[in-house]
Design a protein. Structure first.
Length: 105
């Protein structure tokens, strides 16, 4: 007589591991998305804090134009769900953070 451990189907184990992989992926994706979302929200807050200024230093005006250009020239196809598009967004966010790091008072 076989024990229940030795009779466990490798297919069933594979299915369980694939389900676990899906869980890991979703958790990692959620954490990654939350990080990028938080970075974008912080950028929005920093830039938005300067939106009501009547007289802005020339450097901020130049930086704002750079921000607009960076975002407008971002060429991605989000509906395709490609990793390289996520990398482009992440890279753009990092570039934007570098631009506004001196804005914080």
């Amino acid at each position: 007589m076989k024990s229940s451990a030795s009779s466990a189907s490798p297919i069933k184990s594979a299915v369980e591991e694939i389900d676990f992989l899906r869980h890991l992926f979703r958790t990692a994706l959620s954490a990654y998305g939350s990080t990028i979302e938080a970075d974008i929200a912080k950028l929005r807050e920093i830039v938005g804090n300067h939106a009501t200024q009547k007289k802005m230093p020339a450097t901020l005006v130049h930086d704002a134009r750079d921000i607009v250009t960076l975002i407008r020239t971002l060429e991605i196809k989000p509906e395709k769900g490609r990793r390289r598009d996520l990398k482009k967004i992440e890279s753009t966010v990092e570039d934007l953070k570098a631009i506004v790091e001196s804005w914080e008072v």
